[in-house]
Design a protein around this ligand. Structure first.
Ligand SMILES: NC(=O)c1ccc[n+]([C@@H]2O[C@H](COP(=O)([O-])OP(=O)(O)OC[C@H]3O[C@@H](n4cnc5c(N)ncnc54)[C@H](OP(=O)(O)O)[C@@H]3O)[C@@H](O)[C@H]2O)c1
Length: 390
């Protein structure tokens, strides 16, 4: 395939490092991927190693202090910082693809910047669509552009949608592993530890998404994301628990045909798909051996076991700034849980309280949605979730 110039935002994280792994593999196989820019938060050590290995011309980090350290170490490198640095990287000239692998609400503004500048966006940062879905889809409607979803479920749906037309879709079925507590007695959930929650049965991921998988906040985010990405109403997007995570998601068409994508549980497979789209390229990444699957199973998602799913999805359906409120609160509550300040079930409890408080505010309907409005609500919800005694 022809040479591709890429920028990776969040290069030091789980998706970011796996993206660089895929780039390395593709280049070793004779393809030409040039890493033009990298952005990280605070892990300047790992970013320095990546700079040495991939020789980008521009990088960005969260804080100025980190940027100064990098400038001293790499004098010929352009070093940026903060949100402005991320947005500038997202719009860097002559780039074919921007991979957004940032975690959290910070990912929204670079996604908007990349699309505004006409870049193809390979999107892992689910918060871009969860909190900014209305802004992103408006931008796509007004200016056109392409989003290639990296998240395994959305990547599976994206691939399955190549089998039919939009008006032929009956429903989208999003699979959920159920997380580590699928079979834990309900009365034990209050006392599970952060270590237990960080042990995802099928995937190795960043800490926030792993906890979000245990509460199923992640699955509610994915339903919201799918609603915006694929323009399908909420009532036609169904989650289903599928503990083996072999089928990454499915699309049912009006004629009853169901098209699914199956692969090994390895994020580098959807990452590569996004990097080389619309082609498919041979890879030595792990394969799914169908004969090894003695059994796959499905069960309905239990709202009593996963109350946070119910709250976050309700916020998505409500729209406006509600998803931004629950997303920001969730970021804070997950950190509080990981620090041992609150119990596991308090994450769902806190999210319900925040959503109720957001409903009481209900000042958003009269105002037009904007990035500033989302960031205001994000700040408000963080303060509430930090101060809340649970
Ligand atoms: N991991 C998965 O398998 C997976 C699967 C599907 C979807 N996703 C989604 O992909 C996104 C990334 O997930 P992840 O698991 O890769 O997260 P992660 O391991 O926590 O990595 C997050 C990345 O964002 C960077 N970052 C955080 N705050 C920043 C800031 N203020 N400025 C600049 N960079 C910042 C981090 O930099 P430092 O580490 O240098 O601070 C790191 O590079 C999330 O939205 C997640 O939901 C992940």
């Amino acid at each position: 395939m022809r040479k591709r110039r890429i920028v990776i935002l969040g290069s030091t994280g789980s998706i970011g490092t796996q993206t660089l792994d895929v780039v390395g593999r593709l280049n070793r196989a004779g393809h030409e991927f040039e890493v033009v820019g990298l952005a990280a938060g605070s892990n300047v050590g790992l970013l320095s190693e990546q700079i040495e290995r991939f020789s980008p011309v521009v990088v960005s980090v969260a804080e100025e202090e980190g940027a100064r350290a990098l400038s001293e170490r790499f004098p010929s490198l352009a070093v940026l910082s903060g949100r402005d640095g991320l947005e500038r990287l997202a719009c860097y000239p002559d780039v074919d693809l921007v991979v957004n692998a940032l975690v959290g609400a910070i990912g929204l503004s670079p996604s908007l910047a990349a699309l505004s500048c006409g870049r193809t966006l390979a999107l892992a940062n689910k918060e871009s669509m969860v909190i900014g879905g209305e802004l992103v889809t408006k931008l796509l409607r007004d200016k056109g552009g392409t989003i290639l979803p990296i998240d395994s479920e959305h990547n599976a749906i994206f691939q399955s949608l190549r089998a039919g037309k939009h008006e032929e879709i009956e429903r989208i079925i999003i699979t959920a592993s159920g997380g580590p507590f699928l079979n834990t007695p309900l009365e034990e959930l209050a006392s599970v530890s952060a270590q237990d929650a960080l042990h995802h049965p099928n995937w190795a991921m960043g800490s926030r998404i792993t906890i979000d998988s245990a509460t199923m906040v992640n699955k509610a985010f994915e339903v919201i994301e799918a609603h915006h990405l694929f323009d399908v109403p909420y009532e036609r997007i169904d989650p289903i628990v599928h503990p083996q995570s072999v089928i990454h998601s499915l699309v049912e068409y009006v004629d009853g045909s169901i098209i699914a994508e199956l692969a090994a549980s390895d994020m580098r497979i959807p990452i590569q798909y996004s990097l080389v789209y619309p082609q498919r390229i041979a890879t030595d990444l792990p394969r799914l051996g169908l004969e090894e699957l003695s059994k796959i199973s499905f069960e309905p998602l239990d709202p009593v076991r996963y109350p946070a799913f119910v709250t976050v999805l309700a916020a998505g359906v409500r729209g406006g700034s509600a998803p931004a409120a629950v997303n920001a609160a969730d970021e804070v509550l997950v950190k509080r849980f990981l620090r041992g300040e609150i119990g596991f079930t308090k994450i769902a409890h806190g999210l319900r309280l925040i959503f109720d408080r957001w409903e009481e505010r209900d000042d958003t309907q009269s105002e037009k949605m904007s990035l500033a409005r989302i960031m205001d609500i994000d700040r408000w919800a963080r303060e509430q979730a930090s101060a809340m005694s649970l």
